[in-house]
Design a protein around this ligand. Structure first.
Ligand SMILES: Nc1nc2c(ncn2[C@@H]2O[C@H](COP(=O)(O)OP(=O)(O)O)[C@@H](O)[C@H]2O)c(=O)[nH]1
Ligand SMILES: [Mg+2]
Length: 337
């Protein structure tokens, strides 16, 4: 193993042994997709698969961070180690909302059973799902039994991130609009559990009843977490439960934690085997696609590409032939123009 490889392995081992600084450094490596991260992830992967990765998504303001804090408190009562990855797809350096969350989470600053990390997308939206999956693997290896992935559910990339979780919770607030927010974002399709938060507000029960009726009416198949979002032909294990919580007081949170455990147990019984396979597929294809993109970009920097593109611009060559030429050079064949 190279010297760098040895250092990566040492970092991985330290993180597994409970060194929180090593863990933080490793997560930074994962976020930056460095060679260290790859070596460490390969070393750690065989020992993982035990943690329950739970995605928590929903419109801004629905109460995701408050609910995450409540879930941490509840899980700690049961002695469970909880890690949180807050994914902020918009800002490279996390802005006001996450900063507020950090203040809220300071209660756990000295608790080794809680680890909180925020991650930004740094522009590659498609890679965000892969990065958060890798981060979850590291946290799993470090012994966290429950890994909560908080994402803002407002776009396609967030839906993809939500899909990387073993259990996806979609958060809704009562009467935030005439229309249920999650429908607009296409989030209900990926929900394993729907939570109507702000149960202390009027209309919470009504919203929950509407959602239940809606979910009963549409027994739509759950799309696979593959890149590009092509639907696979496996049905959603079952219609999602609709729960009501008041995250700010903790009401309904024990029931939510129990529902999460039930969903996880159902997955262990094989019900969600297709979903697990689909997640593995998405992970591997993401890496393949990334490597192909890298090679393409390196190829694309060459003079052959430039002359090929020039030929298309001048209508001497059609774009399909040009694409075939670039693909051939990518596959290692001699580029001809
Ligand atoms: N009344 C009420 N307010 C809540 C509840 N949960 C969260 N909030 C408030 O809703 C606002 C947004 O919460 P936050 O957790 O930051 O939402 P996020 O953007 O989805 O992470 C904050 O002012 C919270 O205090 C709840 O159950 N009831
Ligand atoms: Mg939040």
């Amino acid at each position: 193993m190279s010297e760098a490889g040895v250092r990566a392995a040492e970092l991985a081992d330290a993180a597994v042994a409970g060194d929180r600084r090593a863990l933080a450094r490793l997560l930074t490596a994962v976020e930056n997709r460095t060679a260290t991260a790859e070596v460490a992830l390969r070393r750690l992967y065989p020992g993982t698969g035990r943690a329950h990765l739970v995605g928590i998504t929903g419109a801004p303001g629905a109460g995701k961070s408050t609910l995450v804090a409540a879930l941490i408190a509840e899980a700690r009562l049961a002695g469970r180690a909880v890690a949180v990855v807050a994914v902020d797809p918009s800002s490279p350096i996390t802005g006001g909302a996450l900063l507020g969350d950090r203040v809220r989470m300071q209660a756990y600053a000295s608790d080794d059973g809680v680890f909180i990390r925020s991650m930004a997308s740094r522009g590659h939206a498609g890679g965000l799902a892969a990065t958060s999956t890798a981060a979850a693997t590291v946290l799993d290896a470090a012994g966290f039994d429950l890994v909560l992935l908080e994402t803002v559910g407002t776009g396609q990339s967030e839906v993809e991130v939500a899909r990387t979780a073993a259990t996806t919770v979609v958060l809704e607030a009562p009467d935030m609009c005439d229309e249920v927010q999650a429908i607009k974002a296409g989030l209900l399709e990926v929900a394993d559990i729907v939570v109507v938060n702000k149960g202390d507000r009027p209309g919470a029960q009504r919203t929950a009843a509407q959602l239940r009726a809606m979910l009963t009416a549409s027994a739509s198949p759950r799309p696979a977490p593959g890149a590009g979002g092509e639907a696979a032909d496996h049905p959603r294990p079952k219609r999602p439960d609709v729960l009501v919580t008041t995250a700010s007081t903790g009401e309904g949170v024990p029931a939510l934690l129990a529902a999460l455990d039930r969903h996880r147990a159902a997955g262990r019984d094989g019900l969600a085997d297709a979903a697990r396979l689909a997640r593995a597929e998405a992970q591997v294809w993401e890496i393949v696609a990334e490597r192909l993109r890298d090679r393409l970009h390196r190829t694309a920097a060459g003079p052959t590409t430039e002359s090929t593109l020039r030929a298309v611009a001048d209508h001497r060559l059609d774009p399909y032939a040009a694409a075939a030429l670039l693909l051939a050079s990518l596959a290692g064949g001699p580029p001809r123009a």
